[in-house]
Design a protein around this ligand. Structure first.
Ligand code: BGC
Length: 755
């Protein structure tokens, strides 16, 4: 238990709130005019004007989140911290200069923890569901919704999107990330944050970088080659930054090749600031700062609570000259220019009621677009409500709600957790990490509403024999299978927990019309795959999950989602068949007591001796691994069925700076649908790449019988490799094969071109 608490510790910070936050938040007061109020000046010029007026103490104040001591004592009664909505995500501004407070909130799947402040925010489906929609326009809509709620709740900085690659599918934060491909994840995050920025909030990309497992996250050393990092993990960030012009990057807890991510000159300065041209600021993950001078010199600009390296210690280091004044001014400049550039100076948020109805609409739309139909034997789905007389709904607390992912991204469940924790955990804020939270969108009710003339009965699934008996006496059995995930706790296995496999086997043996709806953060194993009639992947479905799931089950929505991650057949096929667990902690691995921290919490930080996670699969992330190793999979990356069918023809590839890939997709079935058509490239052998990489895609709406010709542009950079010798990207000369089709393993069209 202590270990689990330890792993969850750093994000506990996100839970602490101050209740007496003001209704309006300090920004540039419209009545007060400063020289830098002039909006016609550039953000850089405005920032420099402010810096000239600042004292050293004021500069230091902007670089250091002061919440730690408060977490360890009690809510402040006076001083700037009383203005904080959440003291742990707060940087006090400088009222005399009109510099606003920074009020930060986690926001991956909506504004997190609003309920702890007595407020409401929309619980969106998980990031994996958003990614399964492969829909940049939808991601922009999601960003707009999140951005409005961030502002309505008084915040001016959002702490999301997360785009770590899924190198370890048992990572407890898989649900917070956008899949295993850098182009897909980066593109979608880019649109989401572009939309948020347009609403005048500071946006943030995280967790930079190679933070691919959460167990032992503050001691793990991610070992990875520069080339593998550049072509996958870092590329996702580069694409998202290019498309969104995000204001902040959150450096992660882990080490990268021996150096902590928050003091890593290669990732922070050489890559992010120089190679990517990032003009915003680097903010540490909570408790992610491990040094003062090294971190400041390597490129960290702002420390958030958990450690205390950038308050008094930074001032001392500047006074002694260890951290040059120029670097200090650069840190402050980056923060202020981002405040001007994002618009939080000129257009501070005003608290308001969130647009609840809009949020519900976006949540449902996201889930409807993100659900993936994995199996549908003999047209089992959609269900014909008119013909079915009885339905057994089994398991997964489907009579109460839909499950969600835990940790700092947890959106408060409206009306409380639909599956309340045991009394001893009820008041424990860590319940958000340790126990699943269910949103009150009830699948059973969704199904009842669709089949008003059928007898719909529920069985909790705790006794397979009882569930099988109900299934046997019903026309159709729908089993809800759940796999909880949370920050701070990796999964031991991606197999379904709590004997759910046995439950599904028993129900399937009793009724050939068994449908399994999986609510999970990522891939799960399906030993029963051949025994059930249909499988629907619903991810963590969000506040309108039941409506969306019912719409898919009964055919009001034709599923169009495709997998953003591979579902392996067995964990033996993973690059790392067993999870890389942290070594056992002993007394020597306790970090010193932190300022204001009582002993036990200090101990929680020192969870284990340092250890390595050697990502020796390198370039072969996700589908690239299974393709290169010629391993069969349960469901490949990019896969998803529909209630209609599609045919691909007429590929024409016109090479150039942007290679034009044209082809025709026809809806060969009887229903309207949307097909996500994917383009992959095989590079010349001499490039030494995995067999295929995703280089583009498009989503096509098609009426029954309709054909459309589409063109997917593939820019030259999508075909390049990172050359370690010259430390740059290059196009290898030779033959490139462009492949087109419905998934990474269903690519009927191909044409070769030379560069
Ligand atoms: C998480 C971050 C989060 C931060 C603030 C950390 O523990 O890793 O993702 O933004 O807490 O809540």
């Amino acid at each position: 238990m202590i270990k689990r608490l330890a792993l969850a510790f750093a994000s506990l910070t996100a839970l602490l709130v101050v209740s007496n936050a003001p209704a309006q938040f300090p920004g540039m007061s419209s009545s007060k005019h400063y020289a830098w109020s002039d909006k016609s000046l550039s953000p850089d010029a405005r920032a420099d004007m402010v810096i000239k007026e600042m004292t050293l103490d004021e500069k230091i104040q902007l670089l250091h989140g002061p919440g730690w001591g408060v977490l360890m004592s009690s809510a402040p009664e006076s001083g700037p911290l009383t203005r904080a909505i959440s003291v742990l995500g707060f940087i006090p501004g400088i009222p005399r200069l009109g510099v606003p407070d920074l009020q930060m909130t986690d926001s991956n799947q909506g504004v997190s923890m609003a309920g702890t402040k007595g407020r409401y925010a929309t619980a969106l489906p998980s990031d994996e569901a958003m990614a399964a929609a492969w829909d940049p326009a939808l991601s922009y809509e999601i960003g707009t919704m999140i951005g409005h709620e961030v502002r309505a709740l008084g915040f001016n900085m959002s702490l999301g999107s997360g785009i770590n690659m899924i190198r370890e599918p048992r990572n407890g934060r898989t649900f917070e990330y956008k899949g295993e491909d850098p182009l897909l994840a980066g593109t979608l995050a880019g649109q989401e944050l572009k939309a948020e920025k347009a609403l005048h909030i500071i946006t943030d990309l995280k967790h930079y970088a190679v933070n691919d497992q959460d167990a032992g996250r503050i001691v793990v050393n991610s070992i990875i080659s520069k080339r593998a990092m550049q072509e996958s993990d870092l590329l996702a960030f580069q694409i998202a930054l290019r498309d969104s012009d995000a204001g902040a990057f959150m450096c992660s807890y882990n080490r990268i090749n021996g150096i902590y991510a928050c003091e890593n000159p290669y990732t922070l300065t050489d890559v992010l600031k120089k190679q990517f041209g990032f003009r915003g600021f680097v903010v540490s993950d909570w408790g992610g700062t491990q040094s003062t001078v090294a971190a400041a010199k390597a490129g960290l600009d702002m420390e958030m609570p958990g450690n205390d390296s950038f308050g008094a210690p930074l001032k001392k280091a500047v006074e002694s000259g260890e951290v040059p004044m120029d670097r200090l001014n650069d840190m402050v400049h980056r923060i202020l220019r981002t405040e001007f550039d994002s618009g939080i100076f000129d257009d501070p948020p005003q608290q308001d009621a969130p647009d609840v109805l809009k949020g519900l609409e976006v949540a449902q739309k996201t889930e409807e677009h993100g659900i993936v139909l994995l199996k549908n034997s003999a047209g089992q789905l959609p269900l014909n409500a008119g013909a079915i007389k009885s339905i057994a709904v089994i398991g997964g607390h489907a009579d109460a709600g839909v499950i969600s992912g835990g940790g700092s991204s947890q959106v408060s469940p409206a009306g409380g957790n639909a599956v309340p924790p045991p009394p001893e955990m009820a008041r424990n804020p860590l319940a958000f990490f340790l126990l699943p939270v269910y949103h009150r969108s009830v699948p059973l009710k969704g199904i009842e509403a669709k089949a008003p003339h059928a007898a719909v009965k529920f069985d909790p699934g705790t006794d397979p024999a009882a569930a099988a008996a109900l299934a046997k006496s019903s026309d159709v059995a729908i089993v809800f299978a759940v796999q909880h995930e949370s920050e701070g706790m990796d999964l031991k296995t991606i197999a379904l927990p709590d004997k759910q496999d046995a439950l599904i086997e028993a129900v399937a043996a009793a009724n050939p019309h068994t449908i399994v709806v999986v609510e999970s953060g990522g891939a799960v194993l399906m030993p029963w795959i051949d025994k059930v009639a249909a499988i629907v992947e619903a991810w963590f479905p969000g506040i309108r999950g039941s409506e969306a799931i019912a719409n898919v089950l009964f055919g009001q929505v034709n599923p169009s989602g495709k997998l953003p991650i591979t579902f392996p057949k067995s964990e033996a096929d993973l690059p790392h068949p067993t999870h890389i667990d942290p070594p056992k902690a002993d007394a020597t691995h306790v970090v010193p007591k932190l300022p204001g921290a009582p002993g036990p919490v200090g101990m929680m930080m020192g969870i284990a001796p340092p250890f390595d996670a050697n990502y020796d699969e390198g370039l072969k992330v996700g589908y690239k691994w299974y393709d290169a190793e010629k391993k069969p999979v349960l469901f490949p990356f990019g896969y998803g069925l529909s209630y209609t069918t599609y045919a691909y023809s007429g590929l024409k590839v016109t090479p150039g700076d942007s290679t034009e890939v044209s082809f025709t997709v026809k809806n060969t079935g009887k229903r309207a649908g949307s097909e996500i058509a994917q383009v992959y490239a095989s590079l010349p052998d001499s490039a030494g790449e995995p067999p295929n990489r995703l280089v583009g895609w498009t989503k096509i709406d098609l009426a029954p019988g309709e054909s459309k010709q589409v063109t997917v542009p593939v820019t030259r950079e999508r075909l390049q490799i990172f050359d370690e010798a010259s430390d740059s990207w290059k196009l290898v000369s030779g033959q490139y094969t462009l492949r087109v089709g419905a998934s990474s393993r269903d690519l009927p069209l191909h044409q070769s071109v030379s560069f």
